[in-house]
Structure formats: C-alpha cells, structure tokens
Design a protein around this ligand. Structure first.
Ligand code: NAD
Length: 479
C-alpha cells in the first residue's frame, strides 16, 4: 500500500517515530494509503530547516519570491488532472467539483498572492511640520498553517500562499483525513525552485503534529481553519506565548429568502448553497428562512429538486453529491437527523444513507430537508456540516433578523430580495463576516474573508492576509 511522506527541508522523508495512520477513500469506505502520524520530533526537524531557510527567503526580492510562487501555481495547473483525481478520491467530492472549484482555486491562490505581494505597499503618515512616519512590513519568521478536510488544497494554499509571499517560512499541516494533495504539493514546490526548508509539509493528527506546531516557541504565528472547539483550544494554548493568531472556524449560516426574490435563480442557487460538497462547506446556508407568502411554493419545488439530486460515486459525471468525508462524520450527520426528529422536526426528504452499487461501504447520504423546528433548538443552533438543511417560515424583517442572528456563529449569510433598500438594511444588521445578496459563494480574493463571534478571529484574503503574515514596524523621522 502506498505510504505518504512528510516534506521537510526540500525532501520527502519518513516520520521520525515511524508511526502511520490509515487513509480512507470515502467513496468505497476502504483504506487506500497510509500517512505519517508525525510528532514533535518531526516538527522540530521542520523548524530547524525553516530557521536555516528564513534568511534566504526573507531577503530575496519580492519579485524573485513572486516568480517562484507563479511557477508553483503553474506547476499545479500543469498537473491539474493528477490533483483533481487525488482530491476527489481523498475527500469523496465529485470529480467535477474538484475540477471546477478546488484545484483551480488552489492555482489562483498562489497566483493571486504571487502578484499581490508585488503591489503591497506599506503606509506612511506625515505630521505636518514635525516629521514623517513610515511603516515597514517585515516577515514574521516561521509560521504554522493548519487546515481542515472539506476543501483540502483550496484552504491549505489559501494560507500558505500569503505566508510565503510575505517572506515567511512555513510549517504546514493539512487535515489527516485529506492529506493527499498537500503531499503532492511538495514536489511541485521543489520543481518551482522553492529553496529547501521554506515550505515544510507535515502529516498527522492534530493532537500530535498540530499541537506541536501550536506549542513550538519558534513558530510565531498560527493560521488555523477548522472547528470552533479546536480553535478555542489553539487560542488557549497560543495566547500565553503571544503568538499571532488567525482563526477561521465553524458556521451555521442563514439563507434568507423574501417573497420578492427572483424565484428561479434563488432556487437553483439555494440547491448549491445547501448541498455543494455534500453540505461540507463552512459557508453553506444550512438554515433557510422563507417569507410566508412563498413558503409552500418554495417547500414544494425545493423538495422536488432535492429529491431528484443525484448522489453517486464521485467519478460519475452525473453526481451532484459524492460521499461525505468519513464514517464518523457520516454518523454524526445522521445523529443530527435523529435529534431533529426528537426535537419535533419533520424530514421532508432524505435523512438516510444511500447505497451506491459496487461501493456499498461508501459514506453516501441523501440530501436532507427538515421543517417544523423552532429557531432555537439544537438542530438550528449547532453546526452539522453535512447535507442537511432546515426550512422555517417568517413574517417580518425583524423576526427573521432575530432568528438569523440567534446562533453563536457569524460566518456568512445569504439574502434573496429585489428590494434594494431592504437588502442594504439587512446586510447592515446581520451578524456575519460575509453577506451575499442574490448570490452565494462569489469570491473576490481581495476581499476580507472570515467570521464574527464563534466563527473566528481575524480575516484572510487580500491585504488582510498579508498584514497578518507581517509584523508592522513604525519608524519616525523628525524633519
Ligand atoms: P478540526 O478542527 O477537527 O481540524 C482542523 C485541523 O486542525 C486539522 O488539520 C486537524 O488535524 C487540526 N487539529 C485538530 N486538533 C488540533 C490541535 N489540538 N492542535 C492543532 N491542530 C489540531 O476541523 P475539521 O473537522 O477538519 O473541519 C471542519 C470544520 O472546519 C468545520 O467546523 C467547518 O465549519 C470549519 N471550516 C471553517 C472554514 C472557515 O473559513 N471559517 C472553512 C472550512 C472549514
């Protein structure tokens, strides 16, 4: 069976303690490779390599760094097919999704930050008659990037690219559930001419490798995307060490539909915002609020469309949903369907496993729509992170705002209306880091990305990411 390796100091290597984890293919429920279960000893090796590389990388001109990152981006593009297949196999997502979203976005992430760094300028503040301040933006040093399994290379590269562009050396850990594309990235970085030790990729469990990254005194900043409970633990661990922290955490996003919306466009986008990637996108709108005059029409047409959604093996070109990422995750999602029933909800469609012929042990779930729940029950307050949505009618703007803002999360919100004033009014009042009006998941990489409340601390994207990955140093000169 194939054994993946860590990528440290520009070379692939086995974990120091020789421990491995099984890596599952969600579509068939079988183990298909093994990955290092790295420990603090591996993190130590990576830190040593990064320390050695930092003077070389940070002193290189921005345009030289940029050229290497552009080559890295082109290297992924040149291996598109290999990356797409690996991502789909590792995660269970439809091949078409990996081909149209995940891997192209990883290409864009590197390209975007490779060019952004050239245009990034530090500030200057003049004090008339007194002097001038200028602010240097220095790379931090060695930084840690830890990412989740839902959009593996997409989110891994979203952190690594700005960190590297800004001149830092990186110790990165992808999710142990989806390690494969991060594993492939090592050789692409090498071919792109990345100096050894600048990018180090370690595999393994959060409680060992992840924890060792967070606790290492020479790693000065942590950029983390994952669950809120993990984020809280990381914040508690890193705070006494005064590390810079960027936390992108869970969500329970509202999708608010007013009667005056463009019904057709809303319906097809709502199918995507509910179930894309098997509902495993932190930005999915899992709480759908529908204005009462169109509630019955929406319910009928939405459920009909959901019923006919094809759940199939990821390689099947007709698959709209593939497999969810793991057996424990599938069981967690199903347990929430049971909870919803206990809480008085009615399952309108779905709520069960799907058997795909030839792949009977795969983790396939029917997309699920539930109604009849109160806005404050656990099903409507806790993140499920699977193909499960609830639908709830509302009568007034005040009522829907109260329900939408009632969870501890605040990542994104979607709003469907043709009333311009209402759209702006609501966008202003929603407690979320991102609001999409008459759309969903339209991304401009320059914009601030992230959540409020328990959805995170800090923002990624554009200048926000480059600010995070640099230290500001103000210099004052007297006239
Ligand atoms: P997770 O928190 O279990 O794991 C995320 C990463 O953290 C993995 O690499 C894991 O190995 C590592 N990790 C776990 N424990 C650790 C520890 N003690 N110290 C250091 N690292 C540790 O999350 P997950 O299940 O992989 O991902 C799903 C979650 O991610 C959902 O809550 C989802 O909403 C969230 N998410 C958020 C965003 C966002 O941008 N806000 C994007 C995608 C996913």
């Amino acid at each position: 069976m194939e054994r993946l390796q860590n990528f440290i100091d520009g070379a692939y290597c086995d974990p120091v303690k020789g421990q491995y984890l099984d890596n599952y293919e969600p579509a068939s429920g079988t183990v298909y490779s093994q990955i290092p279960n790295s420990t603090e000893e591996d993190v130590e090796l990576a830190v040593k390599a990064a320390e050695k590389a930092f003077p070389i990388w940070s002193e290189m001109s921005k345009s030289e760094r940029s050229a290497i990152l552009v080559k890295l981006s082109e290297g992924i593009q040149a291996r598109m097919d290999e990356f797409v297949k690996a991502e789909s196999r590792d995660n269970g997502k439809p091949l078409s999704l990996a081909a149209h979203v995940d891997i192209p976005r990883a290409v864009s992430n590197f390209h975007f930050f490779a060019t952004a760094i050239i245009h990034y300028a530090s500030e200057s503040h003049q004090m008339e008659g007194v002097g001038v301040n200028y602010t240097l933006r220095k790379p931090i040093g060695i930084v840690g990037c830890i990412s989740p399994w839902n959009l593996p290379l997409y989110l891994f590269s979203w952190k690594i690219a700005p960190a590297l562009a800004a001149g830092n050396c990186v110790i990165a850990k992808p999710s142990e559930i989806t390690p494969y594309t991060a594993y492939l990235l090592g050789k692409v970085a090498k071919e792109a001419g990345m100096p050894d030790g600048v990018l180090n990729i370690l595999h393994g469990e959060g409680r060992y490798a992840g924890d060792a990254i967070v606790k290492h005194t020479k790693i000065k900043a942590i950029s983390f995307t994952g669950g809120t409970a993990t984020g809280e633990y990381i914040a508690r661990t890193a705070a006494p060490m005064f590390k810079k922290l960027s936390l992108e955490l869970g969500g329970k996003n509202p999708n608010i539909i007013f009667a005056d919306c463009d019904f057709k466009e809303m319906l097809s986008t709502t199918l995507r915002s509910s179930f894309a990637n098997q509902g495993q996108i932190c930005l999915c709108g899992s709480r759908i609020f529908v204005e009462r005059p169109i509630y019955d029409k929406f319910k009928e047409e939405f459920v009909k469309r959901v019923d006919s959604t094809v759940v199939a093996h990821p390689d099947n070109p007709d698959a709209k949903l593939g497999a969810v990422v793991s057996k424990p995750h599938m069981e967690k999602v199903l347990s929430y369907v049971e909870l919803a029933k206990e809480e008085g909800g009615t399952v309108l469609t779905g709520g069960e496993r799907v058997t795909v012929e030839g792949y009977e042990n795969g983790y396939y779930l029917r997309p699920t729509v539930i109604e009849g729940l109160s806005f404050d029950c656990r099903t409507n307050q806790e993140e499920i992170f699977g193909p499960v949505v609830t639908i709830t009618p509302f009568d007034t703007e005040e009522e829907v705002l109260m329900m939408a803002n009632s969870t501890k999360y605040g990542l994104s919100a979607t709003l469907w209306t043709s009333d311009l004033k209402r759209a702006h009014r609501m966008a202003n009042e929603l407690h979320s880091g991102i609001v999409w009006i008459n759309s969903w998941l339209v991304r401009d990489l320059r914009t601030p990305f992230g959540g409020m409340k328990a959805s995170g601390v800090g923002r990624e994207g554009g200048w926000e990411a480059l600010r995070f990955f640099t230290e500001a140093k103000n210099v004052f000169v007297k006239y």
